[in-house]
Design a protein around this ligand. Structure first.
Ligand code: DAH
Length: 339
């Protein structure tokens, strides 16, 4: 039995030494020390020994078990260390390598300038409102004092969805929606997309953007309109800018006007930028028509107001010297990356 035990000790040591991974080490542990293992098999024969031999063999068996356990622990340690070493070699990172730069997005020029316009009006106490792009004929036309047979409808080639529903041709319907829901005082702007059935060229697009403005309160006059819009022009183009108001016609305002800014390229002389005019149109405006107030349940004897509509694209084109409207919608990165 002594020889058998010594043999097991030597054999286990040799095999553990040769074990190539933790799985093999564990298999050996089961083979030698497990319940059905070789050492256990020998210990089961202890009963056959004499009373003197038994404690001697028992002690030897314990020594062999302890020796094998120690070898197992040692081999596990070695294998783990080797695995870590390997991992450190294969996973090493060169911290001096240049990183890969993430591609950063940019704000669209239309959004950049719109944010600026919003900031200006928010600073003057306006709120920002919004309305649907798919709109009822009533809000886009009727309530704005443009009945079915009105010639103004011809100038706004409309995408109809059916007889009563269309893609809004202007942001003015938001005026009606705001006045229906809020009693004066009202001071709001409403930027958004509008649609007209126009062929695409350098200055026309079936989709473009407007910013509607509306102020309604007791005692609002044309002087408020002029003061507010002139202030807006100065905040946008600088204190030196000169503006002028020209009489105009819109069905939903009376009186109506257009505001021009003096051309900043030629200072009124007339040049290519302003097409020889010396002035550049910035917006349409006017005193809200009494019928429009009435349509929204506001008494025109008690309240008055002014409204305006700004074309966003034109302002952005002038700001960045962009001569073709199509650039805004093509999303060519070579264009967009310049802002
Ligand atoms: N809705 C007009 C257009 O699309 C612009 C406009 C002019 C809006 C005068 C107004 C206004 O609110 O008072 O041409």
């Amino acid at each position: 039995m002594k020889t058998q035990l010594e043999q097991i000790r030597a054999q286990a040591a040799e095999e553990l030494h040769a074990a190539a991974d933790l799985k093999q080490v564990d298999d050996l542990r089961v083979r030698y020390l497990g319940k059905k293992g070789e050492l256990t098999a020998i210990l089961k024969q202890m009963g056959k020994l004499s009373a003197e031999e038994r404690p001697v063999m028992g002690q030897l068996a314990n020594e062999v078990r302890a020796a094998i356990e120690e070898k197992i622990a040692q081999r596990q340690q070695e294998l783990k260390a080797a695995a870590l070493e390997q991992q450190l070699i294969t996973e090493k990172i060169d911290v001096t390598m240049p990183g890969v730069k993430p591609a950063l997005g940019k704000q669209h020029p239309l959004s950049l300038v719109l944010d600026e316009l919003k900031e200006i009006f928010l600073g003057m106490g306006f709120e920002v409102a919004s309305g649907p792009e798919v709109e009822y004929d009533y809000y886009n036309f009727e309530a704005l004092n443009i009945p079915k047979d009105h010639p103004a409808r011809d100038t706004q080639d409309t995408f109809y969805i059916n007889d009563n529903i269309l893609l809004r041709t202007q942001t003015s319907p938001v005026q009606i929606r705001v006045m229906e829901n809020k009693k004066p005082p009202v001071r709001m702007i409403s930027p958004g997309r509008v649609y007209r059935s126009d062929a695409v060229d350098a200055t026309h697009s079936p989709l473009f953007h407007q910013i509607e403005g509306l102020v309604v309160d007791k005692g609002i006059t044309m002087a408020d309109l002029k003061g507010t819009l002139e202030m807006f022009a100065k905040k946008l183009y600088g204190d030196d800018i000169k503006v002028r108001f020209r009489p105009h016609h819109f069905p939903f305002t009376e009186p109506s006007a257009e505001m021009d800014a003096m051309c900043f390229a030629c200072h009124g002389e007339g040049c290519r930028l302003c097409k020889g005019e010396g002035w550049i149109e910035i917006l349409g405006a006017g005193m809200v028509h009494p019928k429009v107030l009435q349509n929204c349940g506001i008494d025109p004897e008690e309240y008055s107001g002014f409204a305006f509509g700004i074309g966003l694209e034109r302002i952005v084109m002038r700001r960045y010297n962009i001569d073709d409207l199509r650039l805004f919608y093509e999303n060519d990165l070579r264009f967009l990356n310049q802002f």
